[in-house]
Design a protein. Structure first.
Length: 376
């Protein structure tokens, strides 16, 4: 396939400082996976080039860019990224961010220059360009994760749109991966202006992911309903999240986006509208497709030596819901039995939402995540 090269303009891969003639400096950053900064004076000469992570140090290795013309420096940096494999037809996204007075003009100038350099290197580029404002708290977080403020702003925006995302997980992704993830989830990468399309040539694709997920569980496409596949992130890497319904079960399989290996399986029994369990019924038994199941709630479920434990269940539930323990209240885990399974019912609330998460007591599998707005 012809890969489109996504270039995000943000304070990410490099920071270029630009004087507008009024003694005010603008800062520009570039991110691919390398993140670096360049400070530029009013003549568009490099004052300083600084690597923010080890990948950027590799890109800048052997370069003396001080006093170099900005366009010459840009050519050298993009060329080094291509040479070192950070930019290619299979991974083609770059983030460019500009901060300060005169940012709009410099942003446009740099977008055009980077696009021209990429084309010279036979890479069809897609550019994400943004102007960022100073944010001390976000800048500190970016520094601790070795990314630019621009990349941090993109990640912050994605997390605001999808609360299940973890900031730290997204920080591990390349700009190309973030670009693909945003497109798959139909999210906007902040206020960035984008040209072109990120390449997915590195990954197996929806069709192969679906085939792998179905084969892993020994079923076929004709035997399931509501088959759906989209990109997601798990532990800092891209996965295909494949979902379907089979009988009374909702199934979700995470498939490694590069290798096609099935990584995780989650199952959840669908709610049955016509089935209303009366817990006051003296016989306490219910006969359904799963056989005779004891639903007597008066008999407590006792812990087992093989259980994962309430604290582990809480951790799993918070991770699945994309929340941190410090940011929730009323966190509780109760051991219960449902449809023959021993589960931890984990509940907690944020300022805006209430959560209930069912976690398998034996192996930590998440069966259900329920969230609803907090009542006013």
């Amino acid at each position: 396939m012809v890969a489109a090269f996504a270039l995000v303009v943000g304070t990410a891969f490099g920071i270029f400082s630009y004087w507008n003639g009024k003694s005010e400096m603008a800062t520009v950053s570039l991110d691919v996976n390398p993140s670096l900064t360049l400070r530029i004076d009013q003549r568009e000469r490099v004052l300083e080039a600084k690597a923010l992570n080890a990948d950027a140090a590799k890109v800048l290795d052997g370069m003396d860019l001080k006093n170099a013309d900005l366009k010459v420096a840009m050519n050298a940096i993009i060329g080094s990224m291509v040479k070192n494999g950070y930019l290619s037809t299979q991974s083609n996204s770059v983030l460019l961010s500009v901060q300060g007075t005169g940012a709009d003009g410099l942003e446009k100038e740099l977008m055009e220059e980077i696009d021209a350099v990429l084309k010279k290197n036979a890479v069809d580029g897609s550019i994400l360009a943004q102007t960022v404002k100073a944010d001390e708290s976000l800048a500190q977080k970016a520094e601790s994760l070795q990314i630019s403020l621009g990349k941090a702003r993109i990640i912050q925006s994605l997390c605001e749109q999808n609360p299940l995302f973890h900031f730290e997980d997204l920080a591990k992704l390349t700009i190309n991966d973030l670009n693909l993830l945003a497109a798959s989830k139909q999210l906007k990468p902040g206020d960035a202006v984008q040209t072109g399309t990120a390449s997915d040539g590195k990954y197996i694709g929806d069709a192969a992911a679906i085939k792998s997920a179905l084969a892993h569980l020994g079923t076929s496409e004709s035997a399931v309903k509501g088959l759906h596949c989209e990109l997601d992130v798990e532990d800092g890497r891209l996965v295909y999240e494949v979902e379907w319904t089979q009988g009374a079960q909702e199934v979700e399989v995470d498939v490694d986006a590069e290798t096609g290996t099935a990584l995780k399986v989650e199952r959840n029994e669908e709610d049955t509208p016509d089935e209303d369990i009366d817990h006051d019924d003296n016989d306490g038994d219910r006969d359904d497709d799963h056989g005779d199941i004891d639903d007597d709630q008066d008999e407590p479920v006792k812990p087992s030596a093989t259980d994962i434990g309430a604290e582990r269940a809480k951790t799993i539930a918070l991770e699945k819901a994309g929340q941190a323990a410090a940011g929730v209240r009323e966190l509780d885990a109760k051991l219960d039995r449902e449809e023959g399974r021993r589960i931890y019912e984990v509940s907690f609330a944020t300022e805006a939402e209430e959560f209930e998460v069912e976690v398998d007591a034996a192996n930590g599998t998440v069966y259900k995540v329920k969230r609803e707005p907090v009542d006013d």
